[in-house]
Design a protein around this ligand. Structure first.
Ligand code: BEZ
Length: 208
């Protein structure tokens, strides 16, 4: 089943390194970064999970909970956790789902036979507090993800949810934003600062 932007994130129950969870109950009221990695005790994955642990304060500031999944067992996840701490410099501080029967991975379409049908690819789902899927990413096994980009997207989603703006190419927090076309330039000048009309349909403003 492919999951599209705007879909409700499917619920599931699973065993994790923090104990059994019901996904929707676990994330209740929070954003979630739900991501898969191919296997425990592998180099790229160790760097990715180490970085996720190190980003915990950034996620907490944004009301985001991180959760990982792979087809490995709970015993493997627990055995691997000290390596994640060694590499990331921070103890494992988010749950890793054990999915040996691939039930969760299949629900979220994280198994790609062309890559290797026995383990998950590097998928990311950013899910909002109402359980709506707001972003999906899929990377091949050989390419580690950029977790700064994941945090940047969360910032952009939270900003554009709060105001009638969108974010331009290569936006990072503090950069100018684009005023929604539903807002007239006259109204934009009342509502935002430093409004610049580059085209009738492209008006920049300072980040609200
Ligand atoms: C890794 O994490 O390094 C990795 C895992 C599976 C396939 C390729 C690389």
């Amino acid at each position: 089943m492919s999951i599209r932007l705007g879909d409700e994130a499917p619920n599931f129950t699973a065993d994790t390194t923090d104990g059994p969870i019901d996904f929707h109950e676990w994330k209740s009221g929070s954003w979630a970064v739900f991501f898969s990695h191919p296997n425990d005790f592998t180099p790229v994955c160790t760097t990715e999970l180490g970085r996720t642990a190190a980003l915990q304060d950034e996620f907490t500031k944004r009301n985001v909970k991180a959760i990982a999944v792979s087809v490995d067992s709970l015993a493997d996840h627990n055995g691997w956790a000290p390596d994640i701490k060694d590499v990331g410099g921070v103890p494992l501080n988010f749950p890793i789902i054990a999915d040996p029967d691939r039930a969760v991975s299949m629900t979220y379409d994280m198994l790609h036979p062309g890559e290797d049908d026995t383990s998950t690819v590097r998928s990311v789902f950013i899910i909002d507090p109402s359980n709506k899927v707001r972003l999906t990413l899929t990377y091949p096994k050989s390419v580690g993800r950029n977790f700064d980009e994941i945090v940047r997207v969360i910032d952009a989603l939270q900003l554009t949810d709060a105001s009638p703006v969108s974010t331009p190419v290569d936006w990072t927090p503090g950069d100018r934003v684009i005023v929604a076309t539903s807002v007239s330039t006259e109204e934009a000048k009342k509502r935002f600062t430093d409004v610049e009309e580059v085209k009738p349909y492209l008006r920049f403003a300072a980040q609200p």
